[in-house]
Design a protein around this ligand. Structure first.
Ligand SMILES: Cc1ncc(COP(=O)(O)O)c(C=O)c1O
Length: 498
């Protein structure tokens, strides 16, 4: 298979103001960096793009000549920068082929997921611990009513065996109506009720992939999706997100270059960044899927959590002409994760295949939880208005406290969702997550949201806790940050000398 290549123009754009002497360049520690030669500044900036997942492992960098032209620097500058990166294990060169991005062996690849119980054990027992590893809210007060409604409706089902693998018709009708109202005409038999979106994703991966198949993912993305892709033996192919959203050209070229037949994307408030793909982007995504014969699994778990107050674009699948976009949805973020109710919206042929694979794993979603979800959907406007107000106010408190306690962290809120993706001044995310339990807070380190060791300079901060807890959490994170020794968790920092 051809090696994926980053174009010189694309790398130039990602590098932004990389030179010490450019106006606005090298912000936080410009004093320290001002004397660095250009090739070191360039090597350091490329190194940070590698750590941030924006230059994926295995991808070839532009030729020295192309990059030199594109950056308007001498070829020697690029040659020296590449040599420095090669020397420190960030580039691998093979005879006669381009240099490809790598990570030195000292860096932990794939941000191996620390078991939560281990993190919890590390927490000080006397300190109340705020768990920021989850982005999920407590149930709304309407939950009692929802289960009373379910109990009243239950007798209709008690005369049957109650195990309907496709799901209760009343719920499928309610969901089909919702899609149709959002601009995606849908029949109830295009819906399969699952045990949450994660279950839906896993069923789809079972049907749509074969071992070793490539699955495109936006990068960063939802960690359990990465795990699910790996678990079926497929290989996640990261397409870096830009600071303002999706790189559709990158998705198109990665689809062509890797011949991936499946992609998994979260256009309605990417977890963790909160970005939203606009209508134009959705139309282009559908076109890419058609051109490259790729099935795009669109995860709409967060779709109800728009925090802008603006009109939402139609579902991504509304831009498809055929079956190129499959949608998964969930009641977990809109209502409550404990319901364990999700769904897949697809054409009937795919629903039938999914039913075939489901019976080897489970035999259906509990009837009570499905009926409770029907009630919650009927009251969705009221529940979601409150939920969005809460999230907006919590996010404001989180942003305000971060600005006070950690002013050198860079945070740009997305359009919705439940978390901020904060950029740290140094690649210490894993070290911070390891230290944080000692200060009463559990954190998911940035590398969990990516592959190949990316995102050591990022951390996800959910704003699902109450305001008072968020204030305490940020103060604890600030204390944990100052407890880190310089260069903790970044064994490479001293390697490139300034
Ligand atoms: C993007 C995304 N997809 C899926 C899930 C899991 O959803 P469910 O609880 O419906 O399995 C989550 C939960 O965090 C999520 O953020």
């Amino acid at each position: 298979m051809a090696t994926r290549v980053i174009g010189a123009a694309s790398l130039t754009r990602d590098l932004g103001r990389w030179r010490n002497d450019e106006p606005g360049g090298a912000p936080a520690d410009s004093g320290k960096r001002a004397a660095r030669p250009a090739y070191v500044a360039l090597a350091e900036s490329i190194r940070l793009l590698i750590h941030d997942g924006r230059a994926p492992l295995g991808v070839a960098l532009p030729s020295e000549r192309d990059l030199a032209t594109s950056l308007s620097v001498s070829r020697t500058t690029v040659t020296s920068a590449y040599s420095l990166l090669r020397e420190h294990g960030y580039l691998i060169s093979r005879q006669g082929s381009r240099s490809t991005v790598a990570l030195p062996p000292t860096v932990v690849h794939d941000g191996a997921k620390p078991a939560r119980s281990i993190l919890a054990m590390m927490a000080q027992p006397e300190l109340p611990t705020i768990d920021m590893t989850y982005a999920a809210m407590a149930a709304p007060p309407q939950m009692n009513e929802a289960y009373s409604f379910a109990l009243q409706g239950l007798p209709t089902y008690l005369g049957t065996h109650g195990m309907d693998p496709v799901g209760v018709l009343m719920l499928r009708e309610a969901l089909a109506r919702r899609y149709t109202e959002r601009g995606l005409p849908t029949e109830p038999d295009q819906i399969l009720i699952t045990l949450g979106a994660q279950h839906g994703l896993r069923l789809l991966l079972n049907v749509l992939t074969t071992p070793a198949e490539r699955v495109l993912i936006e990068h960063p993305t939802y960690p359990n999706a990465i795990e699910a892709i790996r678990d079926v033996g497929a290989r996640p192919v990261p397409v870096p997100m830009r600071p303002d959203g999706w790189d559709l050209d990158g998705i198109r070229s990665a689809a062509r270059q890797t011949a991936a037949s499946v992609a998994y994307l979260i256009p309605d408030f990417n977890n963790p960044t909160g970005h939203l793909l606009d209508a134009e982007g959705r139309a282009e995504l559908a076109a890419i899927a058609r051109e490259t014969r790729m099935t795009v699994i669109v995860d709409e778990s967060m779709v109800d959590l728009d925090l802008t107050g603006l009109e939402s674009p139609p579902p991504a699948a509304a831009f498809a002409r055929n079956s190129e976009i499959v949608t998964i949805g969930s009641a977990s973020k809109s209502f409550w994760g404990g319901l364990r109710v999700g769904w897949v919206r697809a054409n009937q042929a795919l629903i039938t295949k999914l039913l075939g694979t489901r019976s080897t794993v489970d035999l259906g979603t509990p009837v009570m939880d499905q009926l409770a979800t029907v009630h919650l959907l009927r009251n969705a406007d009221e529940i979601l208005t409150t939920r969005r107000d809460q999230l907006r106010s919590r996010r404001a408190v989180l942003l305000e406290t971060l600005a006070e306690e950690l002013p050198d962290w860079r945070v740009t809120p997305g359009a919705g969702g439940m978390s901020l993706w904060a950029q740290l001044p140094a690649p210490v995310s894993t070290a911070l997550a390891a230290t944080a339990p000692n200060h009463g807070v559990l954190l998911a380190a940035g590398p969990r949201f990516g592959v190949q060791g990316a995102f050591e300079r990022f951390i996800r901060l959910p704003f699902t806790h109450e305001e008072s807890d968020l204030r305490v959490a940020v103060k604890s994170i600030a204390a944990a940050t100052s407890a880190l020794t310089p260069h903790a968790g970044d064994p490479l920092a001293p390697l490139i000398t300034y």
